[in-house]
Design a protein around this ligand. Structure first.
Ligand code: HEC
Ligand code: HEC
Ligand code: HEC
Ligand code: HEC
Ligand code: HEC
Ligand code: HEC
Ligand code: HEC
Ligand code: HEC
Length: 504
């Protein structure tokens, strides 16, 4: 059902009748949302014991085990962004369509997984080699399993576009389809001991699932819970909440003052339905430009959700403010600080994580950075030559009358730049294990065929914030923006003055 066409405000004001009609239509529209769209997904166990016994399945061999009975689902997942790690971006203004994603990019957090198709950090195993004084007992502790721990949702083969037996065996359906109490993917799977790294008969690193096949069968779930997704998403960037400020371990058991929706029991798949195994995203710094559905605020609440005395004023703001701007007033407002900048030029040992991290600045209860975004952006395409000392990796575009104001986390990163003018993919496992920045940069440069003479460049990225909606009484009120001492950056957003409200 589509929203009723909206009459221009002047006409509405003059014709009270029209207003009434529109209100009635709107009430119907809103009612239809609450009936259909608010029905939460049901996550349940689908016991496969009988199916596995009948089929004589005695070992889990990745998707090969599931393929016989779930051919279409396997093919859908195989072609998805999650598995292939790359999608075509058509909304970039400074280039014709470009492929982007973990398969081809270098980001401002962990760097690059591949360099021109060659694995740099994809899979590997690093143990802590030189702990600082006081932490000697941690020597030998496993610190890194490769980026493939999360990327590609597989068991260590590099994803390819042609489906082969090896590719079938590689896809790890269990990361999303086994109760998280029993198995999860990501880095947490290793921590819990349900995943292990080993060398196969050809000497290649691979992961294996450390679970008895009948335990798997008994615990298959129809759709993933929050905890399945969080095993990867809450730790991206190298630690809890480092990257996405409002996707953190807080969400395992969230308070509604951290995230109203998930605090009320919603799961990621209530919004990211995952139909046909697609998880599309059109955020300024998201890359999963694949078809499929993600429910946004308006899909569930309608375009005019406010009704009380300020309702009309608030609704009118939707012409130039994204819902997130008022409803997500802070980032990192939970237990975990988020990273605001990092510097690969130095290291610090983290006793909590048990490995070396780059130098970084973190923040909690940070006001977002506000920017206009009209659905197009400019990006830096890796590995092209860098001009100047700052590279804006992702910048949302737009301005007054062209797009809406959205909240972002501004993140910067100091990364090594090669003589050829290309940012160097650092060997991250080596860095985590030794804390030796120079060594890790030189090893990465050598692997990529680049030379490093000590140059640096700063990466800048605007990260869209879409999670962490607070209860409505904590949304930004009129005075928080329309007052002389507001934090709201009117000037930076293109206004010549702060708009003040008289009498309110
Ligand atoms: C021998 C056949 C067989 C194998 C092998 C098998 N399944 Fe199933 N699966 C089924 C059947 C039959 C159902 C439907 C059960 C029902 O609806 O009660 C099902 C249902 C499911 C569902 C729920 C589908 C829905 O529509 O809600 C998921 C998810 C699933 N299986 C995942 C897996 C995964 C992951 C594997 C591999 C580890 C796997 N299955 C292996 C037969 C199989
Ligand atoms: C704990 C899980 C996890 C690990 C380990 C991980 N990543 Fe990621 N990475 C993610 C997630 C989740 C995303 C996409 C979602 C997002 O940006 O919030 C992502 C996205 C990326 C992207 C795409 C651009 C971007 O930032 O969105 C690159 C490049 C990347 N990671 C590099 C790496 C490198 C290099 C490593 C290993 C040194 C690594 N990642 C390890 C979870 C992980
Ligand atoms: C990133 C998480 C994720 C991974 C990995 C994943 N699935 Fe799913 N799967 C989902 C979600 C979410 C749904 C629910 C989609 C819906 O409601 O339509 C789903 C639905 C299904 C269904 C029922 C609906 C359908 O499309 O047939 C089957 C069967 C299934 N998955 C099997 C698999 C198999 C087999 C694999 C491995 C090749 C796999 N899944 C990997 C998230 C995942
Ligand atoms: C109430 C709905 C809702 C829930 C619940 C939800 N998301 Fe989102 N998510 C969104 C919206 C809306 C976007 C932006 C989509 C767009 O602009 O296309 C988004 C975007 C994302 C992105 C891209 C980066 C960003 O922040 O914009 C990732 C990654 C993501 N979600 C992961 C998750 C995970 C993991 C969970 C569960 C822990 C989750 N989401 C739960 C609504 C939701
Ligand atoms: C095994 C780890 C893992 C699991 C489990 C997982 N993801 Fe992801 N997800 C990733 C990684 C890694 C990426 C980035 C892929 C790339 O570019 O290489 C990603 C990308 C995404 C994106 C797109 C982000 C962008 O940049 O546009 C969304 C949205 C998303 N995941 C949502 C989910 C949801 C919802 C779930 C649970 C149903 C889930 N994921 C489960 C690892 C995982
Ligand atoms: C200018 C700031 C602002 C914008 C923009 C905004 N809201 Fe609100 N919203 C509020 C405030 C303040 C409240 C508190 C209740 C009230 O005064 O109506 C609220 C209340 C709500 C409620 C609770 C309604 C109720 O009846 O209790 C929902 C749902 C909601 N907003 C959704 C949205 C959606 C969806 C959008 C985008 C289409 C949006 N809001 C845009 C400020 C805003
Ligand atoms: C999949 C549907 C869905 C999506 C998408 C969604 N919401 Fe909601 N939202 C709900 C439901 C359902 C509730 C009521 C939860 C409850 O009270 O059980 C709710 C409640 C709210 C409230 C009211 C909180 C209160 O104090 O009563 C606000 C504000 C809100 N949402 C804003 C947003 C914003 C902003 C977005 C986009 C970032 C969004 N919602 C996306 C379904 C959704
Ligand atoms: C997140 C910040 C924010 C909040 C909260 C907010 N506004 Fe605004 N408001 C704006 C911006 C930005 C504009 C300018 C829009 C434009 O480009 O014309 C604006 C414009 C207005 C205007 C039009 C003024 C003019 O001269 O054109 C009125 C009236 C107004 N707001 C009233 C309110 C009221 C009443 C509330 C509370 C119910 C409110 N605003 C809450 C940001 C905000």
């Amino acid at each position: 059902m589509r929203p009723p066409p909206r009459a221009p405000d002047e006409i509405v004001r003059r014709l009270g009748v029209l207003l009434l009609l529109a209100a009635a239509a709107l009430a119907l529209y809103v009612a239809s949302f609450s009936e259909d769209e608010y029905r939460r997904v049901e996550i349940k166990v689908v016991d496969h014991t009988k199916d596995f016994l009948e089929e004589g399945i005695t070992a889990y061999e990745g998707a090969k085990t599931c393929y016989k009975c779930h051919e279409q689902a396997t093919l859908d997942f195989f072609h998805s962004y999650h598995y292939q790690m790359v999608a075509r971006q058509y909304d970039v203004v400074n280039a014709p369509w470009v492929p982007y994603g973990g398969k081809v990019a270098m980001n401002d957090f962990c760097g690059a997984i591949f360099y021109n198709g060659k694995p740099i950090n994809f899979i590997g195993f690093a143990k802590l080699t030189n702990p600082p004084p006081g932490y000697e007992h941690l020597r030998g502790k496993p610190v890194a399993f490769g980026c493939a721990a999360c990327h590609g949702i597989g068991l260590g083969e590099v994803p390819q576009t042609r489906l082969t037996d090896a590719q079938l065996k590689n896809m790890d359906c269990l990361a999303c389809h086994v109760r998280p109490e029993v198995y999860v993917g990501g880095v947490i799977g290793f921590k819990k001991g349900v995943r292990e790294i080993y060398k196969d008969e050809n000497g290649n690193w691979r992961y294996k699932v450390n679970l008895d096949v009948m335990t798997i069968a008994k615990n298959i779930i129809n759709k993933p819970t929050r905890a399945n997704c969080l095993a990867c998403h809450a730790y991206s960037g190298g630690g809890p909440g480092f990257k996405r400020p409002n996707i953190t371990p807080d969400l395992y058991n969230p308070s509604k003052y951290f995230d109203y929706h998930m605090g009320e029991g919603m799961h990621c798949v209530d919004c990211h339905t995952g139909k046909y195994h697609l998880f599309p995203d059109r955020a300024a710094d998201g890359w999963a430009r694949e078809p499929g559905e993600v429910k946004t605020c308006v899909d569930c609440h309608g375009p005019r959700p406010h009704e009380d005395e300020y309702g009309d004023d608030l609704n009118k703001h939707s012409e130039f403010l994204a819902c997130q701007t008022c409803h997500i007033p802070y980032i990192a407002h939970g237990q975990y600080p988020t990273e605001l900048s990092r510097d690969w030029g130095g290291s610090r040992f983290s006793p909590e994580l048990g490995y070396y991290e780059p130098l970084a600045r973190y923040g909690k209860y940070v006001r977002p950075t506000y920017m206009w975004y009209n659905g197009t952006r400019s990006i830096y395409v890796y590995p092209s030559k860098v001009e100047g000392e700052v590279v804006v990796t992702v910048k949302p575009l737009g301005g007054r009358g062209n797009g809406k104001i959205y909240p972002f986390k501004l993140h910067t990163s100091r990364v090594p730049l090669s003589e050829e003018g290309i940012p160097i993919p650092i060997k991250v496992g080596l860095f985590m294990a030794t804390g030796d920045s120079n060594k890790a940069i030189l090893a990465g440069a050598a692997a990529a065929g680049l030379t490093w003479n000590g140059k640096w460049v700063t990466y800048v990225r605007y990260m869209q914030v879409d999670h962490g909606v607070l209860p409505d009484d904590r949304a930004l009120g009129c005075k928080e923006c329309h007052s002389p001492n507001t934090f709201f950056p009117w000037k930076e957003l293109g206004y010549d003055r702060i708009i003040l409200l008289d009498g309110r």
